[in-house]
Design a protein around this ligand. Sequence first.
Ligand SMILES: NC(=O)c1ccc[n+]([C@@H]2O[C@H](COP(=O)([O-])OP(=O)(O)OC[C@H]3O[C@@H](n4cnc5c(N)ncnc54)[C@H](OP(=O)(O)O)[C@@H]3O)[C@@H](O)[C@H]2O)c1
Length: 278
Amino acid sequence: MPLPLPLPLPATPSSQTLKIGIVGFGNFGQFLAKTMIKQGHTLSATSRSDYSDLCFQMGIHFYRDVSEFVSSDLDVILLCTSILSLSEVVGSLPLSSLKRPTLFVDVLSVKEHPRDLLLRVLPEDSDILCTHPMFGPQTAKNGWTDLTFMYDKVRIRDEAICSSFVQIFACEGCKMVQMSCEEHDKAAAKSQFITHTIGRTLGEMDIKSTPIDTKGFQALVKLKETMMGNSIDLYSGLFVCNRFARQELENLERALYKVKETLLQRMNEDHDQERAGS
Ligand SMILES: NC(=O)c1ccc[n+]([C@@H]2O[C@H](COP(=O)([O-])OP(=O)(O)OC[C@H]3O[C@@H](n4cnc5c(N)ncnc54)[C@H](OP(=O)(O)O)[C@@H]3O)[C@@H](O)[C@H]2O)c1
């Protein structure tokens, strides 16, 4: 008699394995999928581009037909598209084909925008979890331990499914932070957006390693490389779809101007002293 196939173990005793369908199988969607598969969840995907071959290698069912994807009886639809394409992508999902109430999760790097859109367009019986894993393929190449996972339970009725999804990150050792989408966008404009902006600015200057790099400069070169590795769509989305970002960009401009003014003033004082001494 053939031996029964081993069943995948649930991530923790209290969580269940999930059927997760990823919409947007680019850089970040692929990155998340690897850990979800490792944990025993069943993955499928759909995307604008054809990822059939890659998905086949990863053991993921790839749907070219978005209607088949939506009607494939998923526990979770995980939105991993670019910030700027979210409205178009969600608008093109045939939501009337959903078989049952489904948990929609987004991982966009801005949070008020997906929250407002999903509340507006999803069926009333769909649950909504807005999340932001504060790491990516570069910064988490050695695992997710101690990296931050932000989430906001915007509209949750099926606590068990939501909790099983959140557990994916908790059991990898992430620092779990529950906060509102508004709080996220305020904090992210001051932190993540500024980090990307400095990295992009250094990219614009084309800074490169020199034979006499200090540790500080090495950190800047690394920052430039990491930030330039992200798509321009991602960076633009951080600005266009976060209402707090413009103010932070202006604060940065003002701060750079003030630093320059301090230096010029100091230079003028030194010249005045030299002239007075001669
Ligand atoms: N990268 C990170 O470190 C990171 C970290 C946390 C959160 N996130 C979030 O994760 C999401 C994906 O990020 P990413 O790094 O993969 O790069 P991205 O450039 O922000 O998004 C790429 C994804 O968006 C899809 N897409 C772009 N324009 C589209 C359009 N007009 N119509 C349909 N689909 C479109 C692409 O589909 P195709 O590939 O099929 O063309 C691809 O799946 C973003 O919302 C980002 O904010 C990223």
